[in-house]
Design a protein around this ligand. Sequence first.
Ligand code: ADP
Length: 485
Amino acid sequence: MKILFLSSEATGLIKTGGLADVARALPLALCQKGHDVRIVLPNYLSIARTQNYSPAIPSLGVSMGDSKLFCAVQQTRLEKLPVYLIEYHDFFLRNHPYEDVAGNPHPDNGERFGFFCKAALQLCLAENFIPDIVHVNDWQGALACLYLHQYRTTYSEFAGTRSLMTIHNGGYQGHCSASARSFLEIGDDWFRAAGFEDHGQINLLKGGLRAADQLNAVSVGYAEELRTPLGGHGLHEYYEARKEAFSGILNGCEYEVWNPSTDPFLTTSYDLGNLSGKIQCKSALQAEMGLKEVPEVPLIGIVSRLTRQKGFDFSLPAIAKVLSKKVQFAILGSGERWIVEKIARLSEMNPEKLQFHNGYNEALAHRIEAGSDFFLMPSLYEPCGLNQMYSLRYGTLPIVRAVGGLRDTVWERDVSGGDGTGFLFTEPNADDTLAAIERGIDCFTNDSASFQNRICLGMRQRFSWKNTATQYEKVYSKALKSPIN
Ligand code: ADP
């Protein structure tokens, strides 16, 4: 198949979250299966500053409402994958892809990503690459599904092309002013409740839910939750309305990067057959974080964006309580100030038990995964989650809330009541979080057979991208066989 993969970020070029990892790994896995996949990204300031690329199209005309804008298209590669970079300085030459310095969305995000979507389709004509599938990701790509309807009627080449929209995080929807409608060509028939209209504004993700031929979320659990009032971020009925075309496909894990036997960031390597290296990783981590090097004290790691989504409202009170016990925490994260301040305060009050590195640090993230006994991920919602998969591979037991992708990848008991791979809780409150942490600590302290068994079970789990790519192939085939939505 020919697949055009639209993403607003991709690891190796620009990354703000998990979407970037998917936008690299999934196209690579599809390419390995023999598909012709091409990625399209905006050419942001940080890419323009750091990457080598060559011109693909010096000037590409893109009609937006009554205007015609001209952009350049640059070409680079992610390993062997061709990547097109849409270059339009007024829209993309900015420090952050989505936000200003104060963390507010750029006010012209609708125009920026609408233009990106239209330019992506237009470049297919210029490059004579007519895709079978236009695969878009989150609100940033939603308008490509609308424009594909136009292109199918205007250009016969596109008659057989179908779209898939993947939801990586339904909490971000791309709201913008209705004044952008004419530029974005959102006509009256699309600006209604079952479409882009949301309380008089444009909601790009919502419109994509109607315009896309097929839809999926990044785990089965999250796809189910999106269809419920509690989990749908206000759009549950629109997911429900498309349930025949809506599925869940769990992301894979990049085991070439996240492998304790080959990880270059670790001082000592280890694997299932030889776990002694993990004990050394623990003391190295304790030393690096400024914690006492005591093997008998359970060490709990956190690597996270510091946002409400990650459950800090209720997990921080639970952490404060559990600090009365023999326990250590190694926390790495960056994000919202109120969370940074609360964690820093906990650390100041309990320096021998909790150490916090405020920032983004890939190497330390690997060492926390390897050196911790537990990894805490108590998310309010979690579309898929990657860190719990890394933890399993590194023999670090995840303590997670049973939501979205977390409940698809971690279990506490098997069907016959035997050991699972981690510890789970259901309700988003401090008491349940605390109880799950305490069950983990109890297992560590009093039941080393069960603790070791859980480590081994977890380390044997595999969430391969190859398997994930096979599931995407099935959805693509379904889209190609279905009539236009
Ligand atoms: P999300 O995409 O919601 O942030 P995921 O668990 O899906 O959550 O993916 C987060 C990714 O970002 C992981 O690869 C994780 O290791 C990485 N990450 C998050 N915060 C940091 C940090 N402060 N330093 C290093 N890596 C981080």
